[in-house]
Design a protein around this ligand. Structure first.
Ligand code: ZN
Length: 270
């Protein structure tokens, strides 16, 4: 079942109660799509690869820039100018050759998003902009996929698990249950303007990776119906209860969003 190398590599998982050989095999058979190989995508991809999640899809359209390296730890100085997908793939393969990396090069749009997420067990949104966040949320609801969400601004970050069964056995809320419509263009500062505290994506992304592995193995309690908020300046974690909104435009009783929408770029004053 496991090779000698795998028994060595996954020894700390195989002896761990709740994971074991069965759980490790489950991880190797799992398929996770990570949207964005940036600040959040870096720790998410690295920890999922290290843990032996066997199939990792990576969506990105950008190239590695020197200004990324303050927080995007999957990339390196030696690959500046390479696509982030290729850079991430090379690093993942170097970390764990068991992992099959599937590259989805380009921006996710209304045309291909549903087809892209179809093949995966769990979708992870590590994007940094509202059009992608709404698109991915809607695609996840329409394709009935669980969506692990993370977002950051300056010194604060938050995560949740959307469109997934709660511990009470009900379908949990989606992103639009909280924020039904995107903010008006120009109302949010650009990501570059706002800035991100260097180690913050490490905290938030690692929380996301832990929740992803828990979800794949049905370990402990998932965070569907909860929002975990972290403030790095005051070293404070808070948990908010989230409710499903019956008037939600995509997962509510009378949905108005029946197909995907390409919103315009909000990140930055266009
Ligand atoms: Zn909803």
């Amino acid at each position: 079942m496991f090779s000698k190398e795998q028994l060595d590599r996954y020894a700390r998982h195989i002896i761990l109660p709740g994971v074991g050989a069965v759980g490790q095999k489950k991880l190797l058979d799992s398929r996770v799509l990570v949207i964005g190989a940036g600040g959040l995508g870096s720790p998410v991809l690295l920890y999922l690869a290290a843990a032996g999640v066997g199939h990792l899809g990576v969506v990105d359209f950008d190239v590695v820039d020197a200004s990324n390296l303050q927080r995007q730890i999957i990339h390196a100085n030696s690959v500046i100018g390479q696509t982030k997908t290729e850079s991430a793939k090379a690093r993942i393969n170097d970390l764990n050759p068991d992992v099959k990396v599937i590259i989805h090069e380009g921006k996710l749009g209304s045309k291909g998003a549903r087809a892209t997420i179809q093949d995966y067990d769990l979708i992870i949104d590590g994007s940094d902009n509202f059009p992608t966040r709404y698109l991915v949320n809607d695609a996840a609801v329409l394709e009935n996929k669980p969506l692990l969400y993370g977002a950051m601004a300056q010194f604060e970050g938050q995560i949740s698990l959307f469109h997934a069964t709660t511990e009470q056995g009900e379908m949990g809320p989606c992103y639009r249950c909280l924020f039904p419509e995107p903010p008006p263009p120009g109302s949010v500062p650009s990501c570059a303007e706002a800035g991100v505290f260097g180690a913050l994506p490490g905290v938030i992304g690692s929380l996301m990776a832990a929740e992803a592995i828990k979800y794949l193995l049905s370990l402990g309690e998932n965070i569907s119906g909860k929002l975990i908020h972290y403030d790095a300046l005051y070293s404070e974690f808070r948990e908010l209860k989230l409710e499903r909104n019956p008037n939600c435009p995509v997962c509510g009783e009378n949905p108005s969003v029946l197909k995907l929408i390409d919103y315009q770029e909000f990140c930055g004053l266009a």
